[in-house]
Each structure stands twice: as structure tokens, then as C-alpha cells.
Ligand binder design. Structure first.
Ligand code: HEC
Ligand code: HEC
Length: 308
């Protein structure tokens, strides 16, 4: 009996040691990745017009399809969500209050983080969806900047985002990526199409706001860089067959499908899509319903989404 217990004890110690070694590896590997710096890449020094039209445009995008307020908070002063053992998901204050962006924060700094995923301290962001936000056109980045600079300054200090053991494991295994390591820094978004309820403008909006999750050809699949517990993103080229423009708008506003069931709003960001306007809904609808039908999860991420 004693011997058996001794063996069980040894087995348990070996298991604990094994777990410690594995998590030690995840810790070192993930902190190497999150602390890498990207000094050679520069943001674009965009032309900024600080007029009320630009502020309105920036506000509409930041609280709507660009998704900034969905993560940084309705007041933009940051949010903390306890997602342990995944992470303490702390999203920074991006107002110019104490604990927020420094007084000399420039449009070039904003371009660098939104399009390249690189912060002022030259380290990379995780989670922030640079792989589709890098499609935002120059004048819209400038508008978002103008809006941020005009938004009420809120004093709130938020601890840096910190990964728990599961989060470290996901980063070590590249299931959650440090953005500047994967996005194509040579990608240059084209000119923004005219703001109209056209498929052309819908394409622009879908690339900025939907593509990163529903995949480059909108064929869906497991959500890239998402929480592994999320349901897969549906194939929008076939799923919209049972929708009309009205029920599509209802889904984006409320998260309720035509059959009355509710989608998982943590995964599908209704918090952002609910703030889009009727022109944007019509443009998205016209574009997405014009897409060729493709098999589920058939996207070529590497070439199309510019991920290494
Ligand atoms: C899915 C959530 C998410 C979305 C959407 C998002 N962000 Fe972020 N953002 C983050 C997180 C998380 C960080 C901090 C990441 C880190 O430190 O690794 C961050 C960091 C930042 C920073 C700080 C940069 C620095 O120098 O420290 C700025 C500015 C910023 N985001 C602006 C924006 C803007 C503008 C948008 C919309 C175009 C946006 N974010 C959309 C999550 C998000
Ligand atoms: C952060 C990832 C993410 C983004 C961004 C996103 N989606 Fe989704 N979407 C999902 C996931 C995941 C689901 C599945 C949710 C579920 O099954 O509960 C979903 C579900 C949907 C559905 C429901 C289909 C059905 O009937 O089951 C539609 C329609 C949709 N998304 C359209 C869009 C459009 C349009 C955009 C851009 C404006 C967008 N999504 C942006 C992840 C995302």
C-alpha cells in the first residue's frame, strides 16, 4: 500500500513538474513575442482637417463599423474585462486625459497602431484587429484621429493587458498573434470609394469591418485570432440566402436571426454594427449578396488577407 502511494506521489510530482516546464516555455515564448519591438516601420503622416464634418465622420466610424469604441469603451477611456485564465483583457484609454494618449500623440502614431499594430513604445499590439482595420482609407484614419483629439478627455489609468496561462499558451502557439509579426506592412489601402449605398462602398466597409472574421472571401470558418470558445463565423456567401435587406439590418442591429434565434454577440460585434446607418447597411447588403457562392471555410488567408 505504502509503495503504491509512493508511486502515485512520484507520478503526481512528475506531472506537476511537466506542467510547470510546459507553462514556463509558454511564458518565455509569449513574452518574447509581446516584447519584440518594430522600430523600422513608420506610420503615414496624413493630412488632417479638423473641421466638424471630419469629427462627425470619425465619430460615426469609431462608434460603428471601425469598432474602436466597441473595445475601447463608449467614452473611449478604456475597459477591463476579466477573462482569466485567458487574460485580463485591459484595453487602453485613448482619450487625451490622464492615463490616456500623450498630448503630442500624432496622426502618424495613430496610423502606425491602426494599420501596422505598433504602439508608441514600438512594441506590437495583440487582439486589436489590424488585419482588417488596415483597410481603412487615409481620410478615414485622419477623421478618426480628428475625432479622438476632439473627444472629452477622461482621466482613467488602465493596467496594461496581461495574459493568463491560457493566453500565453495561445500566443506561444500563434493562435493569438502579435499583429506586426503577421500583417503585411507594404499593404496600401486604395482611395475610399464615394459614400453611397453601392456594392463598391459596401466592399470597402466589409473589408474594414467584416472580412477579418468572416474570412477574405466571406466563406467563414473558425474566427481568426478570436476566443477559441466562439462559434465559427458563418459563410456569408450562402447564409444570406434566407435574409432580406430588412432582416439583415435587424440582425446587425439586434443580433436576432430571421428565425428568431439570437447570435453570440460576444463573437459577432453587434455592439458596433448596431451603430451603422441605413446607407451602410444597404451598401453592405448590395456587396455581400453580389459575391459568388463559395464553399465554407475556403479562404486563402495568406494571399488575400496579407498575413504572412
Ligand atoms: C478587438 C478590440 C479592439 C478594437 C476593435 C480596437 N482596439 Fe485599439 N487596442 C486594443 C487593445 C487590446 C490595445 C492594447 C494592446 C496591447 O497593448 O497589446 C489597443 C491599443 C490601442 C491604442 C494604443 C496605442 C499605444 O501607442 O499604446 C490606440 C491609439 C488604439 N488602440 C486605437 C484604436 C482605434 C482608433 C481603433 C478603431 C479603428 C481601435 N483601437 C480598435 C483593442 C482594440
Ligand atoms: C469579431 C468577429 C466578427 C466580425 C468583425 C463580424 N462578424 Fe458576423 N459573425 C461572427 C460570428 C462568430 C458569427 C456567428 C455567431 C453565432 O453563430 O452565434 C457571426 C454571424 C453573422 C451573421 C449571422 C448569420 C446567421 O444567420 O447565422 C451575419 C449575417 C453576419 N455575421 C454578418 C456580419 C457583417 C455584415 C459584418 C461586418 C459589418 C460582420 N458580420 C462582422 C463574427 C464576426
Amino acid at each position: 500500500m505504502k509503495n503504491v502511494l509512493k508511486w502515485i506521489g512520484l507520478g503526481a510530482s512528475a506531472l506537476i513538474l511537466f506542467v510547470l516546464v510546459v507553462f514556463g516555455y509558454f511564458h518565455v515564448s509569449s513574452s518574447n513575442k509581446t516584447s519584440s519591438t518594430y522600430a523600422g516601420i513608420k506610420g503615414k503622416n496624413l493630412y488632417v482637417t479638423a473641421d466638424s464634418a471630419a469629427i462627425e465622420r470619425g465619430k460615426h466610424l469609431a462608434h460603428g463599423l471601425a469598432g474602436c469604441a466597441g473595445c475601447h469603451g463608449d467614452d473611449l477611456a478604456g475597459m477591463s474585462t476579466d477573462m482569466r485564465p485567458l487574460a485580463m483583457f485591459n484595453v487602453p484609454n485613448i482619450t487625451q486625459g490622464v492615463g490616456g494618449l500623450p498630448p503630442d500623440y500624432s496622426v502618424q502614431d495613430l496610423d502606425l497602431v491602426v494599420r501596422h499594430g505598433i504602439k508608441r513604445d514600438k512594441t506590437g499590439v495583440i487582439i486589436m484587429p489590424v488585419y482588417h482595420n488596415n483597410r481603412i482609407a487615409d481620410e478615414d484614419i485622419a477623421a478618426i484621429y480628428t475625432y479622438l483629439m476632439s473627444a472629452p478627455k477622461i482621466n482613467r489609468k488602465i493596467e496594461p493587458l496581461s495574459l493568463g496561462p491560457i493566453g500565453k499558451m495561445l500566443v506561444a502557439r500563434d493562435q493569438v498573434v502579435v499583429m506586426p509579426a503577421v500583417v503585411n506592412h507594404n499593404f496600401k489601402p486604395g482611395a475610399r470609394p464615394g459614400i453611397a449605398p453601392t456594392a463598391e462602398y459596401g466592399k470597402y466597409l466589409a473589408e474594414v469591418a467584416c472580412m477579418g472574421c468572416h474570412a477574405p472571401n466571406y466563406s467563414g470558418g473558425p474566427v481568426f485570432n478570436g476566443d477559441p470558445s466562439w462559434p465559427p463565423a458563418p459563410n456569408l456567401t450562402t447564409k444570406l440566402d434566407r435574409y432580406t435587406l430588412e432582416s439583415f439590418v435587424a440582425l446587425l442591429k439586434t443580433g436576432i436571426r430571421p428565425d428568431g434565434t439570437t447570435i453570440d454577440a460576444k463573437a459577432m460585434p453587434v455592439r458596433d454594427t448596431k451603430n451603422a446607418d441605413s446607407l451602410e447597411y444597404a451598401a453592405l447588403w448590395n456587396y455581400i449578396t453580389s459575391l459568388p457562392k463559395v464553399p465554407d471555410a475556403s479562404a486563402n488567408w495568406k494571399d488575400e488577407l496579407m498575413i504572412k
